[in-house]
Design a protein around this ligand. Structure first.
Ligand code: SAM
Length: 268
């Protein structure tokens, strides 16, 4: 009774799918904004923490010219894609945790972190590491999304019902850190000064519901849980999500409204 799921079209690794689908729809527009806010100058040394497949890292490298730009991520698959896409200015990639950066003290002018801080087990520790590797006067620019927008609320509930708490918990984690007071506390607690946090609504335009569902699932850690589902469960998940998203469609695409908080701070 079920048609072949669109999901079956996304058989590559989550990191490949992340670069192919998530980056153009969500990662790139947000990265352009983050890099703009960082006011990067030619010749500055930049570190991108939780760089993923490197969308921010590459944009930063274009801005600063051929000075050293470094990307760090915990996930070897993401870095493998980052290295493949690397083709412009020289970028140094490190597989490491944000909580233990394999980098020297006071070696960067700017640290960037887009949609990474909310995933770290030890957020204060990761922020202390960012401060450690900055030169005095250097700046950090960190962005986090949340609270959970309606579109992802629908997805989280459907995942809870059809896949399980762990899968739903992933979506909850994505949007788990957005309280501005909490962010001030974290940055100041890690020794930053001139902390400024600004929350702004952003409207993005993902592809139609069925496509976006499976593109998102196959681009994230949800991929392995989803691939273990039987056809009927996949169909039930898709039916619930696509139905729940029907009021969020416009012009053939979805309308995704998220709040994004960008924090800028300085190392004294
Ligand atoms: C949503 S992705 C964001 C990637 C990239 N910044 C972007 O905007 O496309 C989150 C990234 O955080 C990385 N990550 C999660 N925990 C980490 C940690 N403790 N240290 C370093 N990277 C981590 C993941 O591997 C993943 O690549």
């Amino acid at each position: 009774m079920t048609q072949p799921m669109l999901r079956d079209a996304y058989g590559d690794s989550p990191a490949v799918n992340y670069e192919r689908y998530f980056v153009p729809t969500i990662g790139m527009p947000l990265a352009q904004d983050l890099v703009e806010r960082a006011e990067l100058q030619r010749g500055e040394q930049v570190l991108d923490v939780a760089c993923g497949t490197g969308v921010v890292t590459r944009l930063a490298a274009e801005r600063v010219g051929h000075a050293a730009v470094t990307g760090v991520d915990l996930h070897p698959g993401m870095l493998e894609v980052a290295r493949t896409a690397d083709g412009g200015p020289v970028i140094e990639w490190h597989e490491a945790s944000a909580e233990a950066l394999p980098l020297e003290d006071a070696s960067f002018d700017v640290v960037l972190c887009q949609m990474g801080l909310q995933f770290f087990d030890d957020r204060p520790g990761a922020l202390r590491e960012m401060r450690r590797v900055l030169r005095p006067g250097g700046r950090a620019v960190v962005s986090v999304p949340g609270p959970t927008p309606r579109l992802f609320d629908v997805l989280e509930r459907a995942l809870e019902r059809h896949v399980g708490s762990r899968a739903a918990g992933f979506v909850a984690t994505v949007f788990s850190l957005h309280d501005v007071e909490e962010l001030y506390g974290l940055l100041e607690g890690a020794g930053f000064t001139d902390v400024q946090a600004r929350a702004e609504p952003v409207t993005l335009s993902p592809p139609p519901a069925e496509q976006f569902l499976w593109q998102y699932v196959s681009s994230t850690p949800l991929a392995s849980a989803a691939s273990a589902l039987d056809e009927d469960t996949r169909a039930a998940l898709q039916q619930e999500v696509v139905g729940g998203w029907s009021s969020l469609a416009g012009d053939g695409r979805l309308v995704l409204e998220i709040d994004l908080t960008t924090v800028t701070a300085r190392k004294p």
